[in-house]
Ligand binder design. Sequence first.
Ligand SMILES: [Ca+2]
Length: 230
Amino acid sequence: MSDFLIRFAHPAARGLAALSLLAAACAAHADGPNMIRNGSFELPDEGADGLYLGSGDDWFWPSNGALAGPRIIRGNIDDGIGDGMTYGATHWGNQYLDLAGESPDGLASDQQMVSGFVAGAKYKFTVWAANIDNSPVVKLQIKMDNAAGTVYAKRHIRIPTGGPWNTKIGFKAYSFAFASPVTGPLWVTLSNHISPFTGGPAQIAIDNVSLVQVSDDTPVDFVMAPSMGE
Ligand SMILES: [Ca+2]
């Protein structure tokens, strides 16, 4: 499947790109309540700054054989390679999700079962992501499937090189609209997806995840088609 469709500009960008970003961010929250629970990864409250292995409340660490798990980062922590840099702080609360990818079989995933879809209704999914280790090739995979293993969407987002930032993480918003193929729940899975694997650290910071129902006249970015398998 092709690379991700839409990229929005950095929050610091000026002009039309910034206006588009603002419109997209507002639209993501104006149409309906957020169907994603704990989309800011503030729960559980880890209490002290640090890096904690875990998926976050309402999220699950899928048993996909990966050696690396999802991690919650609280605060603005050292990047761990002795260069005196810190990753930067998140724009939303105190915590964010970190998907690590230190080895080909160590690509971290985090997932949530989202309930309440209505077949034919339109939805918009938005995730804010950042490449906090400045890795040359990093992709975030977003998969939507049901409990029976039918995959309806698998999108790959190339995350540009970036951090560590020392101050605020340079998150960018990525968003797509779709018509639900089902009435009921869907699993939404976020994965670090390096292709090809280039070695070295590759961490994707994730925060402010939302999935909202939008108006029926919203253009869809792709048509969901069921397929089987990973
Ligand atoms: Ca957060």
